[in-house]
Design a protein around this ligand. Structure first.
Ligand SMILES: [Zn+2]
Length: 300
């Protein structure tokens, strides 16, 4: 905790240094028309990166700050990364509940003429950052990204808006797939390793039962584990949802105690390097997630 506080103080200090020093880059200059990567955009974590790439296409160089495979819940940028953000045209983050460090520097970035897009504004309820897993909210996020990019680069507005239409269609398809799942579901309880499916559960009428809280770092008490065990037994829960690439021992303990099977969903806070290599994206991973949910909720 103390370390985090010190780090935030340092970020604030760094922001001050940047506001006192004249910014070398002239932001009044419009991006050159023929330069294909004239816009420099930084995003914080994977889904925002994926949506931004799909909207910006060839007209921007998009960089993701949180490295592949790293849990976004405990990420803090290096000083070099913070300095890099100050050299960008656009900075995209979700909100304070996901990236408290970004919220700290947002105002200052804005003062420096960097377009800051806080995509989760007004969407995040009860400090739960996992809005990107709800296709309807993810669509809103993408609209905000598009709007922000267009405000900086009107030159390519038509392309950005066409790309947004394609993206929105994919969110609609995903929304429909979830509706079909909800309709076919014989069971409604989804037991997850940490509470990342709250928005999906609310939208499609599932019941999320989370072993941990909103962060992967929360730990359940003994009492909570006993309650979970009793709940699973009473409701005939046969599957526990863990997370890809995580060793979440509490899921294993619970699954063993009730004789359930573990299925690994991908909460999409990050994509592993091997997934990126395999050409996966938000939509292909969501399709995999749907198949796993189908096993637990629909199949006999
Ligand atoms: Zn999470």
């Amino acid at each position: 905790m103390k370390k985090a506080k010190l780090f935030l103080m340092f970020l604030v200090f760094l922001s001050l240094v940047f506001s006192l020093t004249a910014c070398a880059k002239n932001r009044q200059t419009a991006p050159a028309e023929d330069d294909n990567s004239s816009l420099k955009i930084y995003t914080t974590f994977y889904p925002l990166y994926d949506f931004t790439k799909k909207i910006a296409g060839d007209f921007a160089e998009v960089e993701n700050l949180i490295p592949a495979g790293v849990d976004p819940h405990d990420f803090e940028p290096s000083l070099k990364q913070v300095a890099d953000i100050y050299g960008a045209d656009i900075f995209i983050y979700l909100g304070e509940s996901m990236e408290p460090w970004a919220a700290k520097i947002a105002q200052n970035l804005d003062k420096q003429g960097i377009k800051v897009i806080e995509v989760g504004k007004g969407l995040i309820k009860n400090n739960d950052p996992h809005v990107w897993l709800d296709p309807v909210l993810a669509k809103t996020i993408s609209e905000r990204i598009c709007e922000g990019i267009v405000s900086i680069d009107r030159e390519h507005e038509k392309t950005y808006k066409e790309n947004l239409v394609n993206l929105s269609n994919k969110f609609d398809e995903l929304d429909n797939a979830f509706k079909v799942l909800a309709e076919k579901a014989a069971r409604k309880d989804i037991v997850v390793s940490h509470a990342f499916l709250g928005y999906v559960a609310d939208r499609y009428g599932f019941n999320q039962v989370a072993i941990r809280g909103l962060s992967t770092h929360d730990e359940p008490s003994l009492k909570k584990m006993e309650e979970l065990k009793a709940f699973c037994k009473a409701n005939g829960v046969k599957y526990i949802f863990d997370e890809q690439g995580e060793t979440l021992e509490f899921s294993t303990i619970l699954a063993n105690e009730i004789g359930a099977q573990i299925l690994a969903l991908n909460p999409l806070g990050t994509l592993r390097p091997e997934d990126i290599q395999a050409g996966k994206d938000y939509f292909s991973v969501m399709k995999e997630n749907l198949e796993l949910l189908n096993i637990a909720l629909v199949q006999e």
